[in-house]
Design a protein around this ligand. Sequence first.
Ligand code: SF4
Ligand code: SF4
Ligand code: SF4
Length: 281
Amino acid sequence: MTARAKTKAKKKPTSLMKIRHRIQGLAVLGTFLIGLRHVMPGEASTGGSFDAFCPFGGIETLLPYLFRGETLKTTNLLNFAILIGVLGVSLLTGRSFCGWLCPLGGLQDRLARLAQRLTGDKRHIRGKKSPARFPMRLPKRVDQWARTIKYLLLGIIVWVSVTAVYPPLHFLCPVRAVFSFQMTGLLWSVLITFIVTSMLVERFWCKYLCPLGAALAIFNKIAPIRLRLNEHTCVDCGRCDTECPMDIEDAHANSRDLECIQCLECLETCALKDTITLEVY
Ligand code: SF4
Ligand code: SF4
Ligand code: SF4
């Protein structure tokens, strides 16, 4: 850090990421309980399928509902209600659902930390490049190309949904693989793939495969609440780039990037007072 940076260093906040991790923990616990509820004996297991609580189910079943007047099997109107809630949050704050509320996102963050600990870095020092072998970054060209897969998947899923009976992602959904307790051979494969890839590459599913993340990405361009960089005080030290879980280049200047999950790790890690701020504009 330069002398200028040191003199202006702010008192390091610690609470913001704790709050985020706790909210993520609650989302994981809540989804776990929803999954458990559906395999409990007796009346506890009635009242809609596990899929009915998924916001992406609302996207999968939207066209069939509009064209045929009926929702796909395992989805119902609750999917629309949850999707509208997620879209409302996204309209105000961009892809913050991914950074704060998605149980799969929270699990990926924890698996990445676990991989870091297992492969050589016992402590996580904010803003410092970890010497751990994993999670790693894919080569830039591969990474850039692979990030388009999720948009392609979103388009295919919406297209296929028009004539589908079940939601197109139903048999391969990682949320079902992790939380539903109704495992098939395919879901076991998805679960193992999810765990391994999340430990190899941070937020692998979010970066490359998740169609819900792809659908929410556009809200980063229009949401009024977002991060702002003060270019006069930023010393381009790169700490925020190191910390960004989505590996966004120049993370401090790119909060409108489609890939940003509004996790606020860059704000948290910047040591300079009022250099990255959360604003409405
Ligand atoms: S991209 Fe998908 S898996 Fe990742 S946090 Fe967002 S909704 Fe969840
Ligand atoms: S915004 Fe990022 S690059 Fe700029 S001073 Fe803060 S941590 Fe360093
Ligand atoms: S740019 Fe900042 S808020 Fe966006 S994903 Fe990276 S660290 Fe999180």
